[in-house]
Design a protein around this ligand. Structure first.
Ligand SMILES: *Cc1c(COP(=O)(O)O)cnc(C)c1O
Length: 832
C-alpha cells in the first residue's frame, strides 16, 4: 500500500504514538526528496533547513489534497448545506504539526526525515506563525475551522490574506516597539494561489434608478473605483484527515496595475499609484484588540473581504443548486463579530439588484442565512461608522440600511407608538455624536440567531447592549460558550501529558473529549500524580531553557510557575498582578527567613500600538523585574520574567509548563476567554475572577479546584455606580498603600521618578477597573495558592481534576452547539 492508501484505510484506531511502518517511511522519504528536487529546485547537498521545510510541507500537502478533493466532491454530490465562517482574523500559528498530527504522520515523518539527516523539530521551529489576528477572537476562528473539519461539516472560512500579520513585539529598555512581521518572506507552502478566482469590489460612485415596470425600479450601482480580490486557498485538515475544508483568504490587486503612459513619461511612482492604493487594503492586519478603528482603510478591508466572499459563495450556490432562492436552505453564514456585518447589506444588494428578488423575500432570505457572534460589550469596541463615510464609500449599502431601518422602526412604532427612548435605542442609526451606523444592530437585525460566547456574557448581552432588541426579539439571542481545539492545545502542545493520557485512559481519549473524565478516580492516586507532575516538570525544564536563552535569566524549574499571558489590556489587569508581585516582594524583604514557596511570575502579551496605558504596564513589569530579580535578599524566592512577542507558538510552549493560570479580568469585562481553557486542560490551577467562561470552568472543576476571588459582575456595576475613588480602600489596606506609595515615589523607576505618577493617581481617584477593590482578596488568594503548592498531594489532585473535568471546553462541543442551535447542519458523532 502506498501512503495515501494507507491513510485512507486508517480511520480512528491509531493513537498519536502509532508505530510507523517501514514502507511508509521509505515512501515519504522519497516523496520529500522528490519535492526538494522538483518543487524547491535544489540538490540534497546544498539544501538549507528552509528548503527541507518547504519540501516536507509540500510532500504532506500532496496527501492532504487527495482528501480535500474527495471532501469537496462528496459535498457537491450530497447537495449538503454549507457553513461559511466570515472573520477578519484567523490567528492560525504554525501548521506543520497540526497537519502532521491530524494526518497521523508525526512519527512517520520524524523517521523519514531522520533518514535524510534532518531533524523534524528543527523544521517545526523554523515555520513562521500565520498571525492573521490579534488575540482570542482570531484564535477562536482558527480552532473552529479545525473543529468543523474534524466534525465533517462542509465549511469554508473567509478572511484576508494580510501581507503582514500582527506586529512583531520587541522590548527595548522595557518599552514595547512594533516591527512589521513578514510571514510570507520565505513563501507559504500550505496555500494555493487561485488567480482565476477573482472578483471586482466596488467603492464609491453613484446609484442609477432604472425603471423596469410601472411600479418598480432597478438600482444600478456605478462604483467610482474597483479593486480586484484574488483568492488563496489553504486546506484545513480535520482529525485523522476525516475531512479537509478550505480557508479562502483574499488578496487585493489593482484592476489596472500600471499606467504605462505615466511610466513612459518618467513618473514612475505616479504610474503605480493606483496599484499601491488597491493593494494597501490587504497590506496589514489592523493592530487593535478592542477599539473601533475610526479609519476608512478598516471599513474598506471589511467590505472588500465581505463582498468577495458573498460573490464567491453565491456563485458556488448557483452552480450547485441552479437558483438563488434555495440559498438559506443550503447556506449558513456566521459573522465573527461585527467586522463582517456589512454582509447583511451586501447580500440584500445582491438579492435585490443582481437577482431582482422582491424586498420582503430578500429580507427573509437574508435573516435565514446569517447569524452573528458578539465578542465584546466594551463600548469602545462596538463598531459604529459615520454616516457620511458610509455614504461616500458604500452609497448603495447606505440606501439599503436606511430602508431596513425604516421598516424596522415602523414596526416598533406600531407596537410602542410614542416610546422615543426605545426607538432611538433600537435604531441602526446612532444620533448621539453625529450620525453613525451601529454595526451590532445591523448584524442583530439581519440574523436569525445572535450568540454570546459564555453564559455570563450572553446574560449581560440580554441585560445591557442588546436589552431593547432582546425584548423585541426574545428568541434571537442564544449562548454558545467558546472552546479550544484539543488537537493543538493538548496533543501537539503537550505530547508528554497526551502520552500519559493515552497510556492510562486509552486511545479513545484522542477521539472523545468526554473520555477525560476517566481520570477522576486517578486524581488521588500517588503514582499517577507523580507521572502527571513529571510531565509538567519536563515541560518546565524546556521553558526554563527558553527563558535563559531569550532573557538570560535563570529560573528554578522546581519553583511555582505563575503565568499571565494574553493581550495587555487594562481590563485584563496585568497591573493587578504586578502590584501583587510588589506586595510579595515587600513581604519577602520584611521576613526573608520565612518558608516562602519559590515562584516565577511569567508575563507575555502585546499592547495595541496606540494604547499608552498598556505599554506603560509592560514598562512597569520590566522595571519591577529589574529590581526584584537583582535583589540579593530575594534570592530565588521570586523571579519576574516578561517573554517578548507573544504568539500562538509561544503559548504552546508556555501553557504546558504552567502551574498557575492568571485569569483576573474585572468581572463582566472578559466575554469568555479561551486562554483560561487551555491552561485548565493542561492541568494548571486557575486564579481568577467570576468572569467569562471562568464561571463555567468553576462549575465543572468544582470550587475547591479553582481559586476565585474579587467582585462579581453585579458588584462591579454597583461599585461603579457609587464612584471610582479608591481612597477609602487604599487607606484600609496597608499592603496596597505601601505598594502604591513606592511605585509613585519612583522606587522602581529611579531614572524617571515620576514615570508612574499618573498611573497611580488614576488608581487612587479613578479606578475604573477595580484594581484596588480586588487587591487584598487577590493577595490572600495567592498566599493560599502558595500553601497548597507546599502540599503536593493536594496540588496534583487538584491539577488532575482540572484536566479531567474540562472536556466540555473542546471547540468540538462549541461547534456541535452551533450546528444544532444556529446552523441546522449535521455534525459527526463518534459511535459509542
Ligand atoms: C488563546 C490565545 C489568546 C486568547 O487568550 P485570552 O487569555 O483568552 O485572552 C490570545 N492570543 C493567543 C496567541 C492565544 O493563543
Amino acid at each position: 500500500m502506498d501512503i495515501s492508501e494507507r491513510l485512507a484505510a486508517d480511520e480512528t484506531s491509531r493513537t498519536v504514538d502509532t508505530e510507523q511502518n517501514d514502507a511508509d517511511v521509505v515512501a515519504l522519504r522519497d516523496a520529500i526528496l522528490d519535492k526538494l528536487t522538483y518543487h524547491v529546485g535544489k540538490r540534497r547537498a546544498v539544501a538549507t533547513e528552509r528548503d527541507w521545510l518547504i519540501a516536507t510541507a509540500v510532500a504532506i500537502r500532496d496527501l492532504i489534497v487527495d482528501r480535500w478533493v474527495s471532501s469537496t466532491e462528496a459535498t457537491y454530490q450530497q447537495g449538503a448545506k454549507r457553513v461559511y465562517y466570515l472573520s477578519l482574523e484567523f490567528l492560525i500559528g504554525r501548521l506543520l504539526f497540526d497537519n502532521l498530527n491530524n494526518m497521523n504522520m508525526i512519527e512517520t515523518m520524524r523517521a523519514a526525515l531522520a533518514g535524510l539527516d534532518v531533524d523534524l523539530d528543527k523544521l517545526r521551529a523554523l515555520e513562521p506563525d500565520a498571525a492573521l489576528g490579534n488575540g482570542g477572537l482570531g484564535r477562536l476562528a482558527a480552532c473552529f475551522m479545525e473543529s468543523m473539519a474534524t466534525l465533517d461539516i462542509p465549511a469554508h472560512g473567509y478572511g484576508i490574506r494580510y501581507e503582514h500579520g500582527l506586529f512583531r513585539q520587541v522590548v527595548k529598555n522595557g518599552w514595547q516597539h512594533e516591527y512589521p512581521e513578514d510571514w510570507l518572506a520565505m513563501g507559504n507552502p500550505w496555500e494555493f494561489h487561485r488567480p482565476e478566482v477573482s472578483y471586482n469590489i466596488g467603492f464609491g460612485g453613484s446609484i442609477e434608478a432604472v425603471p423596469i415596470s410601472e411600479a418598480a425600479v432597478r438600482h444600478v450601482w456605478h462604483p467610482a473605483e474597483t479593486v480586484e480580490a484574488v483568492g488563496y486557498d489553504t486546506p484545513v485538515v480535520g482529525w485523522r484527515g476525516r475531512r479537509v475544508n478550505t480557508l479562502r483568504l483574499w488578496s487585493a490587486r489593482s484592476a489596472d496595475p500600471l499606467r504605462l503612459d505615466a511610466f513612459n513619461h518618467g513618473d514612475h511612482a505616479g504610474a503605480l499609484a493606483e496599484q499601491v492604493r488597491a493593494e494597501s487594503i490587504t497590506k496589514v492586519l489592523y493592530p487593535s484588540d478592542a477599539t473601533a478603528a475610526g479609519q476608512e482603510l478598516r471599513l474598506r478591508q471589511e467590505y472588500f473581504f465581505v463582498s468577495a466572499s458573498l460573490q464567491d459563495l453565491v456563485r458556488r450556490h448557483i452552480r450547485a443548486f441552479g437558483h438563488i432562492s434555495s440559498l438559506p436552505d443550503k447556506t449558513a453564514i456566521q459573522l465573527n463579530d461585527t467586522h463582517p456585518a456589512i454582509a447583511v447589506a451586501e447580500l440584500m444588494r445582491i438579492l435585490l439588484d443582481v437577482h431582482q428578488i422582491p424586498w420582503e423575500e430578500a429580507w427573509r432570505m437574508t435573516q435565514a442565512t446569517f447569524s452573528y457572534t458578539n465578542h465584546t460589550l466594551l463600548p469602545e469596541a462596538l463598531e459604529v461608522w459615520p454616516v457620511p463615510l458610509m455614504e461616500r464609500l458604500l452609497p448603495r449599502h447606505m440606501q439599503i440600511i436606511y430602508l431596513i431601518n425604516a421598516l424596522h422602526l415602523g414596526k416598533v412604532r406600531l407596537e410602542y407608538p410614542s416610546d422615543d427612548r426605545l426607538l432611538s435605542s433600537v435604531s441602526m442609526i446612532d444620533e448621539q455624536q453625529g450620525r453613525r451606523v451601529r454595526m451590532s444592530h445591523l448584524a442583530f437585525l439581519g440574523s436569525h440567531r445572535v450568540n454570546g460566547v459564555s453564559a455570563l456574557h450572553t446574560g449581560l448581552m440580554r441585560e445591557t447592549v442588546f436589552r431593547d432588541l432582546h425584548n423585541l426579539f426574545p428568541e434571537r439571542i442564544v449562548n454558545v460558550t467558546n472552546g479550544i481545539a484539543f488537537r493543538r492545545w493538548l496533543f501537539e502542545a503537550n505530547p508528554r501529558l497526551t502520552r500519559l493520557l493515552t497510556d492510562t485512559v486509552g486511545p479513545k481519549v484522542l477521539e472523545d473529549e468526554n473520555a477525560l473524565t476517566a481520570l477522576r478516580p486517578l486524581a488521588s492516586d500517588r503514582a499517577f500524580q507523580k507521572r502527571f507532575a513529571a510531565c509538567r516538570y519536563v515541560n518546565k525544564l524546556a521553558l526554563a531553557d527558553l527563558i535563559r536563552r531569550e532573557l538570560e535569566i535563570r529560573v528554578d524549574p522546581n519553583a511555582l510557575f505563575d503565568v499571565h499571558i494574553k493581550r495587555i489590556h487594562e481590563y485584563k489587569r496585568q497591573l493587578l498582578n504586578i502590584l501583587e508581585a510588589i506586595a510579595l516582594y515587600n513581604a519577602i524583604r520584611a521576613r526573608p527567613m520565612d518558608d516562602w514557596a519559590p515562584r516565577v511570575k511569567i508575563f507575555a502579551g502585546k499592547a495595541a500600538a496606540s494604547y499608552y496605558q498598556a505599554k506603560l504596564v509592560i514598562k512597569l513589569i520590566h522595571d519591577v523585574a529589574k529590581v526584584v530579580n537583582n535583589d540579593p535578599t530575594v534570592r530565588n524566592i521570586l523571579k519576574i520574567v516578561f517573554l517578548p512577542n507573544y504568539s500562538v507558538s509561544l503559548a504552546e510552549m508556555v501553557i504546558p509548563a504552567s502551574d498557575v493560570s492568571e485569569q483576573i479580568s474585572t468581572a463582566g469585562m472578559e466575554a469568555s476567554g479561551t486562554g483560561n481553557m487551555k491552561f485548565a486542560l493542561n492541568g494548571a490551577l486557575t486564579v481568577g475572577t467570576l468572569d467569562g467562561a471562568n464561571v463555567e470552568i468553576a462549575e465543572r472543576v468544582g470550587m475547591e479546584n479553582i481559586h476565585i476571588f474579587g467582585l462579581t459582575a453585579d458588584k462591579v456595576a454597583a461599585r461603579r455606580q457609587r464612584g471610582l475613588d479608591a481612597g477609602d480602600l487604599i487607606a484600609a489596606s496597608p499592603a496596597l498603600s505601601e505598594v502604591l506609595d513606592s511605585v509613585q515615589a519612583g522606587v522602581f523607576s529611579p531614572d524617571e521618578p515620576d514615570r508612574y505618577r499618573g498611573l497611580v493617581d488614576s488608581l487612587r481617584y479613578h479606578d475604573y477597573f477595580l484594581v484596588c477593590a480586588d487587591f487584598d482578596h487577590y493577595f490572600a488568594t495567592q498566599r493560599h495558592i502558595a500553601d497548597i503548592w507546599r502540599r503536593p498531594e493536594e496540588w496534583w489532585q487538584s491539577a488532575i481534576l482540572n484536566t479531567a473535568n474540562v472536556g466540555w471546553f473542546s471547540s468540538d462541543r462549541s461547534i456541535r452547539d452551533y450546528a444544532t442551535d444556529v446552523w441546522d447542519v449535521p455534525a459527526y458523532q463518534a459511535s459509542a
